[in-house]
Design a protein around this ligand. Sequence first.
Ligand code: NI
Length: 388
Amino acid sequence: MLTLTHLIPLIDVLESKLHSEPELSFQEYDTTRLIDETLAALPGMVRVDMGLETGTVWRLKGAGRGPAVGLRADIDAIAQTETVCRSDRSCRAGIMHACGHDVHTAALLGAAMLLSEMREHLAGDVIFIFQPAEEVLRGAKDLVSKGLFEKAPFDMLFGLHNQPALPLGTVGIAEGPLMAGKDDFILDIHGKGGHGGLPDTCIDPIVAAAGVVNALQTVVSRNVSPLDAAVLSVCSIHGGTEENLVVEDVRLTGSLRTMRMEVRERALTRLREIAETTAAAYSCSTTIQTERLTPSLCNSPHMTAIAKRAAQAAFGAENIRTATPCMGCEDFSVYGEHVPAFFYFLGSGCADGQSAPWHKGDFRAEPGTASAGARLLAASVLTAQGIL
Ligand code: NI
């Protein structure tokens, strides 16, 4: 039932085309056109009008009244220069599919082809979500705010990310937290500017910023249990002009990554308290803005059980690995706040474990990863609908 040998050449061509023509977040116009053209040619497929500039959602009508299953792929590339010379290397300077979203897109197209062929056996609808702008963690929120769950309802959702640390042919599965939630912050420290030779008449926010950056290192180390995961990073400092001036303001930006809501709330509270009180010790005031970008990605026991069965059907029990959680982020987690959802790590590395990691200029999923992903996504639908 999961035979897709006849589709592999087509999936490979699509992956290669997507790889050579990468587009940045919310600019995926050519990518969206390619997806729409491919799906429009498949029997049973209907495009859902979501009012999107980029990205696209399609529905395949099932023959029965079983659960509707959503499948999601992200489609955007990143600002990176491809360093490996191949015939299908990126033709767009400084833009590259260095996270393998080309593979995810081709995998979901492959699953759509296979499921379209099997549509008379499907117990319910399948919704195909080609999401823009995952890299900036805004595409999923955008789709939800534009009415995804009203316009294309589904009962459960599956998604995947390639994983170069796992060899091709294997699948990483983890129950519980898999990827971190992310909050960004902007911290402004306000002092009193003046002449560099008259520090006694000024309040120097640069000195205060130095104290604040150091003090913020205790948010995680002194407030979060060593058994819980959290990362707080100050990632930029902007302040100062000439060497003879004390400036009025300094701006720090950074991010907090956590796995659990209680840890997130405690860390955000301590971030505010420590920034305010440390700056105050230098006679400075502060303004802090935080924005929750994504919740953490957590696989429920129920969805994990379905996913395991699907992965076994697609690859055999001997090829299932325990996925190692990481503090990277994925906005797939946004859907998980609305509907039961499961996220796989799909092995995309070479057998010796030496594949380049995500976002590097020499990143490339092993050939065959896209069709492996197609098989896994199709198996997830068939398992969830009780067909496999
Ligand atoms: Ni990615």
